[in-house]
Write a protein that binds this ligand. Sequence first.
Ligand code: TRP
Length: 338
Amino acid sequence: MSKQRVLTGITTTGTPHLGNYVGAIRPAIEASRDTNNESFYFLADFHALIKCQDPAAVHQSTKEIAATWLALGLDTDNAVFYRQSDVPEIPQLTWFLNCICAKGLMNRAHAYKAAVDANLEEGEDADKAVTMGLFSYPVLMAADILMFGAHKVPVGKDQIQHVEMARAMAQRFNHIYCKNEPLLTLPDYQVDDDAAVLQGLDGRKMSKSYGNTIPLFLPEKKLQKHINKIKTNLLEPGEPKDPDTSAVFQIWKAFATQEQTAEMRQAFAEGIGWGDAKKKLFALINEEVAEARERYEDLLARPADIEAELQKGAEKARSFSRPMLEKVRAAVGISGLA
Ligand code: TRP
């Protein structure tokens, strides 16, 4: 059986946090070790510009995210790890897709619709602050996916629609340009229902947009401090506590073995104090991340090494994207005359 090609992108805004780690990074690095897969992971820095127009922030985030994946042991011989902007074939494919993608399809994209709805609610012009980047975001994402013939695209639920749109664009392209022998592979999304969605400091989903995150590679003391800030109730030590409504327990579960989870459930029933529970949680997380944190700090101090990895990845990525773009160009009628 031929290998499954698995591809996903990480938008380069912000600093990776524990929610990103358990929900996306940890499962992706595990999947990259599966020899039935051919994995493509990339830093979606073109996508970052849609959300963030602070150049220093985009640059810093790119460095931090790359260092994070490398420090956590992504095997870059096994997986193709690259930066979107290092693959010039992607924006070219984006244009070809723009020319077959119905505007009406983009009108239905959730992110765009949410922006329009928010504007209308505030009595503003529907398109206030809506850039063409935001509007056509799913076309660029389709190019990311279709460029490499991905079969499976692991994403969060909010991105399902975008993968479906990529599939629709591939179908349309094949229908117009290559009826006999479809050129573009139809991708499927993959949503991991078991992947933990972590609660943040305030008990809502851990997310940069809520400002309630715990960064993954905080120095030890700061990590402890952040964990101490996780919202709890006023129950005293000795009083039984409900694990299932507790962010402390929920984060514990994402890092613990089944046995450790059962033990903590028991401790809650027996009235473990919040201070104690948080101390234990800190120790557990710290144990899992300590080694990688050292590698992370080391890498950040040597950005040339990160860059070298990305260049190696870009070379590999382009060994796929160059021939693919040639075929796409030929299919649409753009090629040499002799
Ligand atoms: N839009 C995705 C996100 O915000 C990131 C992304 C960009 C992506 N291109 C992709 C994900 C291609 C999967 C495939 O999470």
